[in-house]
Design a protein around this ligand. Structure first.
Ligand code: ADP
Ligand code: MG
Length: 373
């Protein structure tokens, strides 16, 4: 059986100093397929390539495992394989400057091209396209979560594709009303769909509504071909409490990381992050994630699988991350977390996992899936 793993995200890296033993012998030809630049001549290995190398090294020899790059995203190439794991998936293709040369229209075309190749591909592509499309549509899954009782942050959605002067006026009035009558806030945030790394994230004063800056921003988001804009109450606690990210491999809880992103580094090339871990998983990190909270979040996280599209080959997705933020805009004495986001190809922060090797954990599940076919 021939297996391909597409890599090349060039991000979410592990530094050579932190390499687990099994990774130490990775040849340059693989390392160079996906690496993050730290400085001149200094690179870390991107997590996608780390996982791929784990599979290449540990899968039984009867399986031929090839690592592919973005240049191999062709139907003919894919059809040489029985299975393709897209660690580098359509969203990365969409954002890849090597591919789109900074042209948003090209970016969208490439995204669609990759999706259509997956659709026509004869073998098994993991993760499945319906899952990806579902999770890329934040409005849909946030609404579905709300329906099944998973708390979410109240959100306004604005369709950027159909945005025009008239719609924008309506949006401005809607935000103003929300802020004044429901959210009781003078500060709100906007963030587009189909982004990662907080791209496009922006904090606003209500008094800026209707300003040239606000209108220019909407135009900019529309030009960037993002489908929708999300508007939320500004949650000040994001800067104080951990956003807790739960990793689920094949539908089972694997591990969790709490992060606090330094606010002034949001929407920049290097987010400054502080890390924390559940009490029973690691005592390293800046804070401890409380076990009672973890039990609650695991319950919510587990429920998310009820709404994710099912696939005919595997009951559960290879990897999903559920991110919970704090705190809901209410007066409860205890602080209430809410589901902020679901990710299907999440950053693994491989340099910041003191007790679990996430590259190995995902690699192992991929090998199980390969053997199962
Ligand atoms: N309503 C909000 N109020 C304050 N900060 C927010 C809010 N929503 C998001 N953020 C901050 O922006 C970051 C990125 O937002 P997120 O929804 O996770 O999008 P993505 O990770 O896809 O860029 C969050 O991790 C958080 O630090
Ligand atoms: Mg996020």
């Amino acid at each position: 059986m021939n297996i391909a793993i597409v890599v090349g995200s060039n991000t979410d890296s592990i530094s050579i100093d932190s390499f687990p033993e099994w990774l130490e012998d990775i040849p340059d030809k693989y390392f160079n397929l996906s690496k993050e630049k730290y400085g001149p001549g200094d690179y870390g290995l991107a997590s996608d390539c780390g996982v791929a190398y784990y599979v290449k090294k540990h899968a039984p020899k009867k399986y031929k495992i090839d690592l592919l790059s973005y240049k191999d995203i062709q139907l003919k190439k894919f059809n040489e394989y029985d299975m393709v794991f897209g660690m580098y998936e359509p969203y990365y293709y969409f954002t890849d400057k090597r591919v789109n040369k900074g042209d948003p229209k090209k970016a969208l075309q490439h995204f669609q091209k990759y999706c259509s190749i997956i659709q026509q591909y004869k073998g098994i592509y993991d993760q499945p396209l319906p899952l990806m499309k579902y999770i890329l549509n934040k409005k849909r899954y946030l609404m579905d979560c709300k329906k099944i009782g998973i708390p979410i942050n109240d959100t306004l959605f604005y369709n950027l594709r159909t945005s025009n002067q008239k719609n924008m006026k309506g949006l401005i009035e809607k935000i103003q009303k929300k802020c004044e009558t429901e959210w009781l806030t003078s500060t709100f945030i906007t963030k587009p769909e189909m982004v990662g790394f907080s791209k496009g994230f922006q904090k606003w004063k209500v008094s800026e509504l209707g300003s040239k800056k606000f209108k220019d921003y909407i135009q900019e988001m529309k030009k960037s071909t993002y489908p929708k804009l999300l508007i939320q109450y500004f949650v000040p606690d994001f800067e104080i409490f951990n956003e807790v990210r739960l990793y689920w491999i094949n539908g089972k809880y694997s591990h969790a990381i709490g992060t606090i992103i330094q606010p002034d580094s949001l929407n920049s090339d290097w987010e400054k992050i502080s890390f924390s871990y559940p009490e029973n998983e690691s005592d390293e990190g800046d804070h401890v994630l409380d076990m009672k909270l973890m039990r609650q979040l695991k319950k919510y996280g587990k429920k998310v699988f009820d709404i994710l599209p099912k696939d005919k080959h595997n009951e559960y997705p290879l990897i999903v991350r559920t991110d919970f933020g704090c705190c809901l805009n209410n007066k409860n004495l205890c602080r209430d977390y809410f589901l902020n986001e679901i990710e299907y190809m999440p950053n693994l922060f491989p340099d910041y996992n003191p007790y679990k090797d996430p590259l190995e954990a995902i690699g192992k599940e991929m090998i199980r899936r390969i053997k199962n076919q």
